[in-house]
Design a protein around this ligand. Structure first.
Ligand code: SF4
Ligand code: SF4
Length: 498
């Protein structure tokens, strides 16, 4: 029998190709009384009164079944024939009870106790591509404005002062230049990187089409994190939805950039999965692995905008191809000894093994938008996340006019930062709710009509979590995770006998 629990404690955050350290917040939202504190139950019986809540979860494994506490994200894998034994008066229950308080504290801290340490910065509204699933409105991408160099530098000066007052000495916040296409405002972006290199970790998320040799030298020589977008292994697949305004595909240009980046460790490739490329996912990971890409993301299309929703595949179809592609990354690792980390899946896996080891902040509720980071548009407007740029209701203020701390408290931000999975149906009784988080609030709002609705890919999350638990049951999780992912972690509870 394997029984494992979240070994804690490390705080890390991964976005694109960079890492940001979580910032703990004061205790204002932590340590409040829980509902259990008000009932007379002594909590001695499983799943009743204030007793331990553990739900069996079918993980699709021949020998093991999962046992999960939805509230604390504790889990165990139990041999099927010993499930009853595990549920009645076992040492598992006693040990779990002993540690339950620390698990709750840990999850509370992760969910409500963090402060921003990163900013997604759109230095322009414009893009030279017209991808049909983009979350930025078409008119803005076509005719929008660039932020001037002087305003960009002023914004960074304001952010520098803000983070100086909120982050511990020696920790650098991260600025990710994001899009639209940030390279359309290259002069301002590169000047900012040179001027503020000592104050921020910089990253850039780009479609890659404007990265010539000189730009690559500039970015790599300064160890800037680079995220590239590419949706296929051949132009016929990659160029279906990612095109210039004239309808020309850009596969060849982006592939050249990936070849030019060979050997650079600080970059990743984002592949947006739609119904047009999902059947090619295995070929796509083979191609990326062949190009020696260290990290990729296979991100299901965000369904915030109607254009994106029309390319959403049904979850169960997508899951079939997605899990096969994950299988293939494992086989490629076995064949070559070189891993291609699928970061969005690795994040779910890490979030199961050690909740605080997750590096992306989408798969947790509340998500990271507005509490671990925020976004700035080219006019300086502040949003909880880039995903909300274009949705005016979520504009909390402006970097040049408003105090950042006040903006973080606005209703525009709290709609996102207080979206709790406990208030969403059917998530409130879902055993894996803290491995999923029901992202994304922007999708929930635009696609399903309210923040208190689930996001777009429920069943895909179910399948990913089941897959992750199967990997753990078979001891195969290592090759799916980043090098050194467990550095700084310690095991809080590991039980191998009932
Ligand atoms: S979206 Fe689905 S898998 Fe995720 S927490 Fe809600 S019910 Fe569970
Ligand atoms: S708003 Fe959406 S994209 Fe942004 S952090 Fe939250 S879940 Fe992720």
């Amino acid at each position: 029998m394997i029984l494992k629990t979240p070994p804690l404690l490390r705080r890390g955050f991964y976005q694109g190709a960079g890492e940001i350290h979580f910032m703990k917040k004061d205790k204002d939202m932590i340590g409040q009384k829980s509902a259990k504190d008000f009932v007379s139950s002594r909590g001695i019986y499983l799943n009743t009164g204030s007793g331990i809540n553990l739900q069996p979860v079918d993980i699709g494994h021949k020998d093991y079944v999962g046992l999960v506490s939805a509230d604390t994200a504790f889990w165990a894998l139990i041999k099927k024939e010993r499930l009853t034994e595990a549920l009645i008066n076992s040492s598992l229950l006693k040990e779990y009870r002993r540690k339950e308080g620390s698990f709750i504290k840990e999850m509370d801290s992760l969910r409500f106790g963090l402060r921003p340490s990163a900013v997604y910065f759109n230095p322009t509204d414009r893009c030279n591509l017209n991808c049909s699933y983009c979350y930025i409105p078409k008119e803005l991408r076509k005719n929008g404005k660039d932020m001037s160099l002087s305003r960009l530098l002023r914004a960074l000066e304001i952010l520098k002062a803000y983070f100086k007052s909120t982050m511990p000495k020696g920790k650098k916040p991260q600025i990710v230049f994001h899009g639209a296409e940030p390279m359309l405002n290259k002069k301002a972006v590169f000047s900012a990187i040179d001027k503020y290199g000592d104050d921020f970790h910089f990253g850039i998320q780009t479609n890659g089409t404007l990265l010539d040799g000189e730009a690559i030298d500039f970015l790599t020589s300064r160890q800037i994190s680079i995220g590239l977008s590419l949706d296929g292994h051949i132009s016929k697949v990659a160029d279906r939805l990612r095109k210039t305004w004239n309808g020309r595909g850009v596969f060849n240009e982006v592939t050249k950039v990936i070849k030019d980046l060979r050997g650079y460790r600080n970059y990743s490739v984002i592949c947006t999965i739609t119904k047009t490329n999902m059947a090619s996912l295995t070929k796509i990971v083979e191609s990326l692995h062949g190009l020696e890409v260290p990290v990729c993301m296979l991100n299901p299309v965000r369904c915030t905008m109607p254009g994106a929703r029309s390319s959403k595949p049904p979850d169960h179809h997508l899951a079939k191809y997605y899990l096969k592609a994950l299988d293939r990354t494992y086989a490629l690792f076995k064949e070559t000894g070189r891993r291609l980390v699928v970061a969005n899946f690795a994040n779910i896996l890490a979030g199961i093994i050690a909740p605080a080891a997750r590096r992306l902040m989408c798969d947790i509720s509340p998500c990271g938008g507005g509490r671990c980071f925020f976004a700035i548009s080219s006019s300086g407007d502040l949003f909880p996340c880039s995903e909300f740029i274009g949705l005016n209701k979520f504009k909390g203020g402006n970097i040049f006019k408003d105090n950042i701390d006040n903006v973080l408290k606005t209703r525009s931000f709290s709609l996102v930062t207080q979206r709790k999975i406990e208030n969403i149906q059917p998530c409130s009784y879902c055993a894996i709710r803290h491995f999923c988080g029901s992202p994304c609030p922007a999708e929930a709002h635009q696609m399903n009509g309210s923040m208190e609705k689930p996001g777009a890919f429920c069943e895909l999350y179910e399948e990913q979590v089941r897959y992750a638990l199967r990997l753990i049951a078979d001891g195969k999780e290592g090759p799916y995770l980043w090098d050194g992912w467990s550095k700084g972690l310690s095991t809080t509870l590991e039980i191998t006998e009932l």
